[in-house]
Design a protein around this ligand. Structure first.
Ligand code: SF4
Length: 251
């Protein structure tokens, strides 16, 4: 018959509810420790820019993200103009297909042609700085594209027939994104999207719309690299975009 003291000790070991100091050393067992409840973590204030997409939800089968992906596949092999013969990569576009703002430039340069992404060279880095440091929004929350998707040789301005061949691609992207505001960067974007021949300085003073979308016009970042005097007026233009979208404005 089992010693009653041994049975009590076994019971206590099984229950493991008694102080280990009261149990004989040989009966001590390691209690499986239940994980401590995890306290909810308060959101940490971040210096990162705040995303402003109109819809941050996952892409659905028929949403803008899926439509953009399908369209990128559709035109991946485009050779509708001579620029298709000399490109390294077709530079489709970059950013959030649900974006509230769309930036449109002229065409890919050397870095963009090599990487297949718009606005990644020096001018692109300046645009990113305007968006992230100036507007305080992540570049990934806007959509960026160009009038032509293939690099014109030696970075020349796209010819009229090249822009005419490619503009339908851009218009389809605008129709997919349906941004609240479009920012045209430079004279070529103004000329080929809106058919306006005026100078940027004139255009900056005017109100334009494209398919019901408010269009702002400002200098191309490469113009700012050549002439830093354009930085102040460019920032004034960008502030108008922020006010239009109801976003905070810093001077
Ligand atoms: S520039 Fe546009 S139209 Fe011309 S080949 Fe490239 S994608 Fe096609």
């Amino acid at each position: 018959m089992t010693d009653p003291r041994q049975r009590v000790a076994e019971y206590l070991k099984w229950q493991n509810t008694v102080s280990p100091f009261l149990l004989p050393k040989e009966l001590l067992v390691k209690r499986p420790v239940a994980p401590a409840p995890v306290a909810p973590v308060a959101p940490v204030a971040s210096a990162e820019p705040v995303a402003i997409s109109s819809n941050d939800g996952p892409a659905t089968g028929d949403g803008p993200a899926a439509a953009m992906t399908a369209f990128a596949r559709e035109i991946a092999g485009c050779r509708s103009c001579r620029l298709g013969e000399t490109r390294t990569n077709l530079v489709f576009g970059d950013g959030d297909p649900h974006a509230r703002i769309m930036f449109i430039g002229e065409g890919p340069g050397r870095d963009e042609d090599l990487q297949g992404v718009p606005f990644v060279g020096r001018a692109g880095q300046l645009l990113t700085k305007i968006i992230e440091s100036g507007m305080k929004i992540p570049r990934s929350s806007v959509y960026i594209a160009n009038i032509v998707k293939c690099r014109p040789p030696e970075n020349r301005v796209p010819h009229k027939d090249e822009a005419a061949a490619c503009i339908g691609h851009l218009k389809r992207q605008i129709a997919i994104v349906r941004p609240e505001a479009i920012v045209l960067l430079g004279k070529t974007a103004l000329q080929y999207l809106l058919g306006e021949e005026m100078s940027i300085n004139e255009a900056r003073q005017q109100v334009f719309h494209y398919e019901g979308i408010r269009v702002f016009v400002t200098y191309h970042p490469s113009a700012l690299l050549r002439n830093p005097d354009y930085k102040r007026p460019t920032w004034e233009d960008i502030k108008k975009v922020l006010v239009f979208l109801g976003l905070p404005v810093e001077n």
